[in-house]
Design a protein around this ligand. Structure first.
Ligand code: SF4
Length: 421
């Protein structure tokens, strides 16, 4: 099978490329070239019915929403509702991170419920009840099962290797490894005294990815889980390995994303993003957060959005939603709504600064400013990222033209009179 990337290399402008070009208002030839070079991905499994989206250079910053059960909390209908809620409030992709219940059924129900691309972490299923019993075949079979179902992109922690583990052991981290897939992989490696199969048999993984047009999201198993652990050698060792894996994937015609941290102080985000982009050949960068402080549980959707906006400004392409429940509990539907909207705000704030999308993003802000000047509340609600919340809060104001913040002392109203020509 010729992959999307190989077709792009051969100069073919496929229907997926045309659809991304149309939705982003970018020339199709430019999208083709970026895809061929690996600077942009269109995650679209051959068995998927999802609408193609572009993630990467010259594209609007995309956001992902995580849903999925835990072993303590299995309710398929709620997970389906979370996925629909995330799509409704602007998620560009969904990841099913389920670890409890009938994982095949949950994954298929979520894929059926949304029209946007869906990703997964197959090792969660491969691990089953016990990491000790998991074989390398279980790991690859889980990837194949998800790919066969039509999953558009999978996280594989192929950069967690004996060498990055050695580096971790020599670090002075507080939280060691907080990536669930990273922890599974290291546990397996230690238990079996073997190299990570996703690394040692990476060519086999690439063959599978080619077969299904599966985009690989190279996971950051060594991502820092607290500010103390940010930007250390273990993380950068993994990024050097991920850069090599991106290169091999490109040579095999397989699309790759690279995942990044985690928890990073604001002043290190620019350095971190620039280094990650450099080490991975400018592969599209997918970030969780980064959260800019550890001490705001209950508000980690906000700490993540602060970091996400800064990371986006420096070149991150894809932001993973964080919810108010982060570090505390499995998110509920309301948390997913809040997390999705806050992450969209971060992505838009980044887009106001980004090459290729800046002008379109600024036009949205300009429309809001004009509606504010005209005290046109309905148009303001129409311009708002969360119009429902804006309407609900404004309903507390009794005055028809101004709002109750300043009432009759509304400076906009006053200045409209003063500036009347
Ligand atoms: S009343 Fe104050 S806050 Fe409300 S629209 Fe006028 S200037 Fe803005």
């Amino acid at each position: 099978m010729t992959t999307l990337m190989e077709k792009a290399h051969a100069g073919v402008v496929t229907s997926e490329i045309k659809r991304v070009a149309a939705s982003e208002e970018v020339n199709a030839e430019t999208v083709r070239k970026l895809l061929a070079d690996g600077f942009l991905v269109i995650p679209k499994n051959i068995n998927s019915k999802s609408e193609p989206i572009g993630i990467g250079k010259l594209m609007r910053t995309k956001i992902n929403a995580n849903v999925g059960t835990s072993r303590d909390n299995v309710d398929i209908e709620t997970e389906v509702e979370k996925a629909r809620t995330a799509e409704k409030y602007g998620a560009d992709t969904i990841m099913d991170l389920s670890t409890g219940g009938d994982l095949d059924l949950i994954r298929r129900r979520i894929m059926d419920a949304v029209s946007i691309p869906v990703g997964s972490v197959p090792i969660y299923q491969a691990a089953g009840e016990s990491i000790g019993n998991m074989s390398s075949d279980d790991m690859f079979n889980a990837v194949r099962k998800h790919a066969n179902d039509g999953i558009d992109f999978v996280t594989v922690h192929a950069g967690v290797t004996q060498s990055s583990f050695e580096r971790l052991k020599r670090s002075d981290r507080i939280l060691d490894v907080v990536s669930r897939g990273g922890a599974f992989t290291i546990s397996w490696m230690k238990h079996n005294c073997m190299e990570n199969p996703f690394y040692s048999e990476y060519d086999y993984l690439l063959e599978m990815a080619r077969e299904y047009e599966l985009t690989l999201s190279l996971g950051d198993g060594m991502r820092p889980g607290c500010i103390n652990d940010a930007s250390d050698r273990a993380k950068f060792e993994e990024f050097i390995i991920l850069g090599e894996l991106v290169k091999r994937a490109r040579e095999a015609g397989v699309q790759t994303l690279v995942e990044g941290p985690g928890h990073v102080p604001i002043d290190e985000i620019g350095l971190s993003v620039t280094a990650m982009k450099h080490l991975t050949g400018n592969a599209p960068l997918y970030l969780l957060g980064p959260l800019v402080t550890d001490i705001a549980p209950g508000y980690d959707h906000i700490t993540a959005a602060m970091g996400g906006a800064v990371a986006g400004m420096h070149g991150a392409d894809f932001l993973c939603m964080t919810t108010p429940s982060e570090h505390l509990a499995l998110p509920d539907v309301a948390d997913i709504r809040e997390g999705t909207i806050v992450t969209r705000i971060a992505a838009h704030a980044a887009d106001l600064t980004k090459e290729g999308v800046r002008e379109k993003a600024r036009e949205a802000d300009r429309r809001m400013a004009v509606a504010r000047r005209e005290l046109n509340w309905n148009r303001q609600f129409g311009c708002a990222i969360d119009s429902e919340k804006a309407k609900m809060i404004h309903a507390r104001s009794r005055n028809a033209d101004t709002c109750s913040m300043c009432g009759e002392l509304c400076s906009i109203k006053m200045m409209r009179e003063v500036m009347k020509k």
